[in-house]
Design a protein around this ligand. Structure first.
Ligand SMILES: Cc1cn([C@H]2C[C@H](O)[C@@H](COP(=O)(O)OP(=O)(O)O[C@H]3O[C@H](C)C(=O)[C@H](O)[C@H]3O)O2)c(=O)[nH]c1=O
Length: 383
């Protein structure tokens, strides 16, 4: 049976449709995942639980929420809310729990780590506890299908030198409060698998980019700054290296790991696309210019002049404390065991991303009118 048509069939005539609890589903990767799943499996149900912090935005999944043909329900709430999470498990036959809910920005964690521990560690422990209790009761005949997938990050491995790659066996050596919180959560997920047998999966992705990313992260921040006539702040010498993964590829990998992954296992998901930050920023300048040459109505809209979009916009600023030098992922396990590899080339993905931000400038404007502005004002006033 092709994957797309797969449904859960229990004994007798009772047909169970898979139901996802997607936590953090109004954020960048979570909302892309919901879109991916609803499109690929129109018969499946998705419950999105999201606290709607500064980085979560209902607009990201508005189209899907308003489409009665799509089986998506949205609940505003915190993964730390025990009663609410219990209620969701009691009132739904949840097959897959996919946890995207997290405070994700390294710079914010350096300013104050508290919320990172509350959400990324205690929140995960709450989800695990409740998932385990419901799973242990095992009323459902399709209990074996249940999986708890923790979306983690390659940052838990720390930093690489010029050579080598992170494998799933690499020691955990987080360097920022953010990555320390994600590593702690990974250890709790592991413990719930080893101690109680909860069928867990951990995925560790490299840097994502694509539509709906909050403009505090490198790529949308640079796009937004160019469109707003601002300088482009690069930390340190700009030679730190990240491995960039288009968000849709990441969503596809998570879907395949949910279906084929072995409980208790960890899978690294990378884009095999290592670039220095300086290279990324220069590429954005060049590609944005190419797009604006073709769609010159945008020049007027943003009051921009092509000649002013150049490398002089780059502003090297003080380095991020504890700035990891290089992340890079060994592709072997997810390729050989799951059959996944990235499909979207960076040149394609970056043009799609820049075009999306140009075409959805209202989204960007709404996002940047709140917390984000205050946060950056405070941060840059210290530099
Ligand atoms: C915002 C910003 C960043 N940078 C540098 C710092 C990093 O070397 C690189 C990317 O930074 P960003 O903050 O976008 O992402 P990372 O710190 O690599 O972490 C990201 O990717 C991992 C996998 C996650 O797990 C994180 O949740 C996610 O935020 O650009 C600058 O030079 N200037 C800037 O203004």
């Amino acid at each position: 049976m092709p994957d797309d048509l797969q449904i859960n069939v229990t004994v007798g005539s009772d047909i169970k449709v898979k139901t996802y609890l997607v936590t953090g589903g109004a954020g960048f990767i979570g909302s892309n995942f919901i879109k991916y799943i609803l499109k690929k499996y129109p018969e499946r149900k998705v419950i999105c639980l999201d606290k709607l912090t500064y980085a979560g935005n209902l607009a990201n999944i508005e189209v899907e929420i308003n489409n009665p043909a799509q089986k998506l329900s949205f609940i505003k709430g915190d993964i730390n809310n025990k009663d609410l999470v219990e209620y969701l498990f009691e009132t739904n036959d949840i097959t897959y729990i996919v946890n995207f809910a997290a405070e994700s920005h390294v710079d914010r964690s350096i300013e104050d780590a508290e919320i990172f521990l509350k959400t990324n560690v205690l929140g995960v422990q709450n989800l695990l506890n409740i998932a385990k209790d419901k799973w242990e009761i095992g009323e459902r005949e399709y209990k074996n299908d249940v999986k708890f997938l923790q979306v983690s990050t390659d940052e838990v491995y720390g930093s690489l030198g010029k050579e080598g790659y992170f494998t799933e066996e690499t020691n955990i050596q987080p360097n920022s409060p953010y990555s320390a919180s994600k590593a702690s959560a990974d250890m709790m997920v592991r413990a719930f698998n080893k101690t109680y047998g909860l069928p867990t999966l951990i995925t560790r992705c490299s840097n994502n980019y694509g539509p709906y990313q909050f403009p505090e992260k490198l790529i949308p921040l640079m796009i937004n700054n160019i469109l707003s006539g601002k300088k482009l702040p690069i930390y340190g010498d700009g030679l730190n290296i990240r491995d960039w993964l288009y968000v849709r590829d990441h969503c596809q990998a998570i879907d395949m790991i949910l279906e084929k992954g072995k409980p208790g296992e960890t899978y690294n998901i990378g884009g095999h696309n290592e670039k220095t930050n300086l290279d990324i920023v220069e590429t954005i300048i060049r590609k944005l210019k190419d797009i604006l040459r073709e769609k010159n109505e945008y020049l007027k809209k943003f009051s921009l002049e092509l000649d002013n979009i150049n490398y002089d916009l780059i502003n090297f600023i003080e380095d991020r404390p504890g700035h990891d030098k290089r992340y890079a992922i060994d592709p072997d396990k997810v390729k050989s065991e799951i059959g996944w590899e990235p499909t979207i080339k960076f040149d394609e993905g970056i043009v799609a991303t820049i075009s999306w931000y140009l075409d959805n400038y209202n989204w960007l404007k709404n996002i940047t009118s709140g917390d984000y502005i205050n946060y950056y004002n405070n941060m840059y006033s210290k530099k």
